[in-house]
Write a protein that binds this ligand. Sequence first.
Ligand SMILES: Nc1ncnc2c1ncn2[C@@H]1O[C@H](COP(=O)(O)OP(=O)(O)OP(=O)(O)O)[C@@H](O)[C@H]1O
Length: 259
Amino acid sequence: MTLTIQGLHARYGAVPVLHDVTLAPILPGQFVGMIGPNASGKSTLFKTLSGLVRPSHGTIRFGDTDLCRLCRRDRARCIAYMPQAFGCNAILTVYESVLLALKQTTGWRVADANHDRVAQTLAALNLSHLADRGLGNLSGGQAQMVAVAQTLVRDPAIVLLDEPTSALDLHHQLSILSSVRAEMQRRGTIVMAALHDLNLAAKFCDRLILIREGRIMADGTPEDILSLPEIGETYRVETALERTRRGSLYVDATLGAAY
Ligand SMILES: Nc1ncnc2c1ncn2[C@@H]1O[C@H](COP(=O)(O)OP(=O)(O)OP(=O)(O)O)[C@@H](O)[C@H]1O
């Protein structure tokens, strides 16, 4: 099923933040990068899609279902959101915290299948070695990867990851995004990830959406979007899109005289 967003407006109190956000349907298995400067509305869009912020206008449909009409639990089964700041309950182990995340949408009785799902999710993200560690004893990067596991374990149809690599070193940026991409393609899950690193976005995303001041500025393939002059204008830098000898896209950015 596809995710369709039409004419979405959202505000905090009297302050409008999202303005008429309309996107071409997002397809199962598609990995979509949300890019845009600080305060452009990426998190607000994710919060609106997940139900934490109520839109003032517009529709969010998954297939024929209007997500805004679902009860909290049904919506959480369909769409999982990993916020930028993730909580840490020091008395749980990693394994227990991922199981708890799963049980939030399935009820409290624990079945063998639930244990299998937790173990598979940790294995898919190369996190099995952390299973018995206390959450409170993890590094920032480890805690961020566990937060990804807590989000994926529910097997939602739509996953929203808000800057999932912001605390990760180079190896783990590549490893977590390739694991998420492979696993979500296998399950046919839609992934939307807010990313500040445009080179990572180019490497892993099928489609990039550029947002600026709550408005969608561009939507297309990484190569098409990252070569637009709007990229430099939006981020207030000078950019050039290059292709490396290995064939990867590379955004070369400098502050430049104009900024
Ligand atoms: N709870 C809130 N109440 C009032 N204003 C808010 C709230 N959350 C965010 N905002 C404002 O909404 C605007 C968009 O913020 P948002 O967090 O969606 O941006 P973002 O693109 O995710 O930014 P960043 O890349 O810095 O995380 C900003 O001006 C921000 O100050």
